[in-house]
Design a protein around this ligand. Structure first.
Ligand code: PHE
Length: 495
């Protein structure tokens, strides 16, 4: 992708919708309600909003300022800041790529459930159905030799859709898809929430989350949980905001945009959780199962608890069920394309590949890696990938990015970039946050992640983690050593 035909967003609204689409994902739908519930309900909103402003928006602003200022890919940016830093870029991108390979698998399971939900094909025991019929999961790693055809087909289908979007030019691909899917997603969520509030027992659910437990605010883990949710939900550190901001035209209002995006993302998750909890309240009332046993996160919530709810809901479940799974699907697709755009962009810039070529290569390798999750041992391996890459590798990447842009790069240039056109100005407080507060908070989260990783004594997961670690070290070295096919790559970017 040479500089002459560099992509530029055709409007600010396209950029904002693509950014919101990248942030709103599985995490908003099934992670947030649980985090909110287990960390003090209503009072959690205080640490959550503090983290959103102080840490979330602050870091998004770094990515915006860097992307907008350099107007190039992460690998080239880090090479320009200091040429020894190129491997850090490939390290971040390897993590992002690996996260996408299993994220796609979860969206693949969801696609299967979109189809199943029309007839409630999961029957009377959704738990057993999910593990035995859909995943055909084995308890041991031996299952890696058996392919689960439906999951594989679903994964291939999603990679195909991703490829089709990524290879198309920026505005016709990511731009148009975000413009269509995001409004659809909002309509579906509004329907689900309104409907859920009419269910008997809904108040059992939503009063639970909005009943504050003020003592929780004294617990440091609650603050860490709030921060962790913001990192996950805003997709911090994955070079998404940085890549998308590099496509902005001159004169864009960066800070104002960041605030709109962050607020929309948080608004989405808070609003959506009202629906999720009302539905769980209905379930608690009809089934007699205690409310706290129903609140789970991750796949358990979407593929086990919700099908159980749809079973007792009557005919309306035939509409709400498919809408719910479709909602996860749309949210997932816009996040997947955002995750991969930065990866493809860096490859294109370094090796002088067209957008089509990098999308094709990345998607072919991606299908191969993702097919590991389409085996009987798939969900087992996926759990290890998720724990290792999210709690450990990604946080480390965010930490590195804070150090690079806060300390190695001349931070004042970023302040000037942000304040150039934005109505809202940033200054010293922001600098202190990025240089000190943010790295310290991330360090705490990271240590927590390492401790929980070390507690793991299962030889299979230790082996998988060791393999991932090797990949995370080897690939960045290989990508850095490979000579650039684009001579401009080694030329310093004006910064
Ligand atoms: N923020 C998105 C979500 O909530 C995307 C994401 C993808 C986040 C992968 C973390 C990991 O799902």
């Amino acid at each position: 992708m040479s500089n002459e035909n560099k992509s530029v967003w055709n409007s600010n609204i396209t950029f904002i919708l693509a950014m919101i689409g990248s942030a709103v994902g599985l995490g908003n739908i099934w992670r947030f309600p649980n985090v909110l519930y287990s960390n003090g309900g209503g009072s959690f909103m205080i640490p959550y909003i503090v983290s959103l402003f102080l840490l979330g928006i602050s870091f998004v602003l770094v990515e915006y300022a860097v992307g907008y200022k350099f107007k190039t890919s992460l690998s080239k940016i880090l090479y320009s800041v200091y040429n020894k830093l190129e491997p850090v870029a490939w390290f971040v991108l390897t993590i992002v790529f690996l996260i996408t390979t299993y994220y796609i698998c979860v969206v693949g399971w969801d696609l299967i459930y979109v189809v199943l939900s029309f007839t409630k094909a999961w029957g009377s025991n959704p738990d057993l159905f999910f593990s035995q019929s859909v995943l055909q999961a084995t308890d041991s790693i031996d299952g890696i030799t058996t392919i689960v055809p439906a999951v594989l087909a679903s994964i291939v289908a999603i990679w195909f859709v991703t490829w089709a979007i990524l290879r198309t030019n920026l505005n016709d691909g990511i731009g148009k898809v975000s413009k269509v899917l995001l409004p659809l997603l909002c309509i579906i969520v509004v329907i689900i929430v309104i409907f859920s509030l009419t269910l008997p027992g809904a108040s059992i659910g939503y009063t639970q989350i909005f009943t504050p437990d003020w003592n929780a605010l004294l617990n440091p883990n609650v603050w860490l949980a709030a921060f962790g949710q913001i990192v996950f939900s805003l997709s911090l550190g994955m070079a998404i905001a940085l890549t998308y901001a590099s496509y902005l035209p001159e004169g864009s209002k960066l800070t104002d945009n960041a605030i709109v995006v962050a607020f929309s993302n948080s608004g989405f998750e808070v609003f959506n959780s009202i629906g999720i909890f009302s539905i769980l309240g209905f379930m608690a009332m009809t089934s007699g199962i205690p409310f706290n046993e129903l609140v789970t996160e991750g796949t358990g919530l979407a593929f086990v608890v919700f099908p159980q709810v749809f079973n007792v809901m009557g005919p309306s479940a035939n509409i709400i069920g498919p809408l719910f799974f479709l909602c996860i699907f749309f949210a997932g697709i816009t996040s997947i394309i955002a995750l991969l755009e930065g990866v493809c962009y860096s490859i294109s810039e370094k090796f002088n590949f067209s957008r089509k070529k990098s999308a094709t290569i990345v998607c072919i390798v991606g299908v191969c890696v993702s097919s590991i999750f389409a085996t009987g041992a798939g969900s087992l391996i996926l759990g290890v990938f998720d724990a290792f890459l999210n709690n450990f590798a990604l946080l480390f990447a965010v930490l590195l990015e804070c150090i690079i842009f806060g300390w190695i790069y001349d931070f004042d240039k970023l302040i000037a970039t942000l304040n150039e056109n934005s109505k809202i100005k940033v200054g010293k407080t922001w600098k202190t946050v990025i240089k000190f507060i943010l790295p310290i908070c991330i360090l705490f989260l990271w240590i927590q992640g390492i401790l929980s990783s070390l507690a793991d004594e299962d030889p299979v997961s230790i082996t998988i983690k060791a393999i991932l670690l090797i990949v995370l070290i080897a690939l960045p070295i290989i990508f850095t050593k490979l000579p650039a096919k684009n001579e401009d790559f080694y030329k310093e970017v004006q910064h």
